[in-house]
Design a protein around this ligand. Structure first.
Ligand code: ARG
Length: 461
């Protein structure tokens, strides 16, 4: 049989495969709350401008409320023949309340309806992810405060470079996540215009009040161009691009966690709650959660590129291609929600192995730069010369198989006669850390300050 929503023009119904490729109800039913919210705002506006009576509005409100309950309690029968969530709800409304239900679609099209619903959904998703991101930042800052003075090796090229503190390292990710939050905030501000009332593509002849519906749905204003409003999905793409960057950040932290938890590093131990065992090797504790967070960038960035590719080359205005906008967004949101929650759990639970990190922090002549700086500061040796002198001392220590601090004063003076015993004060990891007081540097006092500032900024919950 022909679709009852437009059966007038059709003699028979779609081929089975047409029904299957066309239906989106399987995935867009997740929009039901936004769809009902949008319809309630639309109906109230229709009544205000005289297109619905008060009684009809009351019936629509009652009917939509009942439908919300049916869906909420899983009593609603979704019909693939009705294609999507919009027509499923509208058809059910007419079934329940008759005439008034059939008036709801006045001055509206599914094109502005879905654009509105989807913006509402993305906006809600952004709000949820903002909170989760703030929670992770709070956990990182809390652990950073605890480890403001815990030495760890800082790396460049994954070679031991200079000592840093574990707290400083964790706060680096707080900075990244803070920019991720900024991008989500920007995306939200730009998407917050209401397409409702753009109708199919050209607007409508009815005397609608778009400012009223925009305000009722907490949008800042109605969209300005009806063609743009029903056809662009840049708001979803901006969201996905922000999530791609955030997933990239989480993936880097996840990779570090995987390395730190391995025996050759031995910097941290993950909790039982965030590790798995091996079916054959009884001793294993695998960082699966971290590995999965590391991998989620694959699907999130894939979702971004996938939708970008769908949108490219689409002529104005609406085209059914656009129906493919939803699954990437739902998928990426779920992946990010899981990633943030898992990362938060790992960070809260992990135990830092401070003695091991301290040991490695001193390896690889990590205070060589401190020695060079000392030559500049105390003996006014030009830095490039100091670099050369220090390089020779490192070579000497390497040949002897000892640390810089284990060279005798005599050995040092054989390379640079002016060196005095004061040099030994700067060769320890602790001295190196304490000296890094420049703004943004790793000195424990700095790190403590920064961690406290972040915690104050992020608030309690
Ligand atoms: N399910 C559709 C979508 O997600 C709704 C819009 C359909 N509009 C149309 N003209 N066929 O895009």
């Amino acid at each position: 049989a022909a679709n009852p929503q437009w059966g007038g023009r059709f003699a028979s119904g779609p081929a089975a495969i047409m029904g299957e490729i066309n239906a989106s109800i399987g995935f867009d039913k997740i929009l039901w709350r936004q769809d009902i919210r949008g319809s309630l705002a639309h109906a109230a506006m229709l009544q205000k401008v005289g297109l619905l009576t008060e009684t009809e509005l009351a019936e629509i409100r009652q009917g939509l409320g009942d439908i919300a309950q049916e869906i909420g309690e899983s009593r609603f029968e979704f019909s693939p023949a009705l294609e999507d969530i919009h027509m499923n709800i509208e058809a059910r409304l007419s079934e329940r309340i008759g005439e008034a239900g059939k008036r709801l679609h006045t001055a509206r099209s599914r094109n502005d309806q879905v654009a509105t619903d989807f913006r509402l959904w993305v906006r809600d998703a952004i709000d949820g992810l903002q909170e989760q991101t703030a929670a992770l930042m709070r956990s990182l800052a809390t652990r950073a405060l605890e480890h403001a003075a815990t030495p760890m090796p800082g790396f460049t090229h994954l070679q031991v470079a200079q000592p840093v503190t574990f707290g400083h390292h964790l706060l680096a990710y707080v900075e990244m996540l803070s920019r991720d939050r900024g991008r989500l905030r920007d995306a939200r501000a730009r998407l917050n215009e209401c397409p409702l009332g753009s109708a199919a593509l050209a607007g409508t002849s009815f005397p609608i009040d778009r400012r009223m519906t925009a305000a009722a749905l907490d949008f800042d204003r109605p969209t300005a161009n009806s063609l743009d409003a029903v056809s662009d999905r840049d708001f979803a793409l901006e969201f996905l691009s922000a999530l791609s960057l955030q997933a990239m950040h989480l993936s880097r932290l996840a990779e570090e966690i995987v390395m730190w938890a391995s025996a050759p590093f031995g910097f941290i131990a993950l909790s039982d709650a965030f590790t798995t065992g091996s079916s054959i090797m009884p001793q294993k504790r695998n960082p699966d959660a971290a590995e999965l967070v590391r991998a989620k960038i694959g699907r999130i960035m894939g979702d971004f590129v996938g939708l970008l590719t769908v949108m490219k080359g689409l002529p104005l205005a609406y085209a059914k291609d656009t129906q493919e906008d939803k699954e990437p967004v739902f998928d990426a949101t779920e992946a990010m929600t899981l990633s943030l929650a898992a990362m938060d759990g790992m960070i809260r639970d992990l135990k830092a192995n401070a003695p091991r990190m301290r040991e490695v922090a001193g390896m690889g002549f990590s205070t060589a730069t401190d020695l060079a700086d000392w030559l500049v500061r105390e003996l006014r040796v030009p830095f490039r010369t100091a670099h050369h002198v220090t390089g020779r001392l490192v070579g000497m220590a390497e040949q002897k198989g000892c640390d810089l601090a284990d060279l005798s004063l005599g050995e040092m003076q054989s390379v640079e006669p002016q060196i005095n015993a004061g040099v030994f004060d700067v060769l320890t990891v602790e001295a190196s850390l304490a000296s890094r007081t420049s703004e943004g540097g790793t000195a424990p006092a700095n790190v403590k300050h920064q961690a406290q500032a972040w915690l104050a900024k992020l608030g309690e919950s």
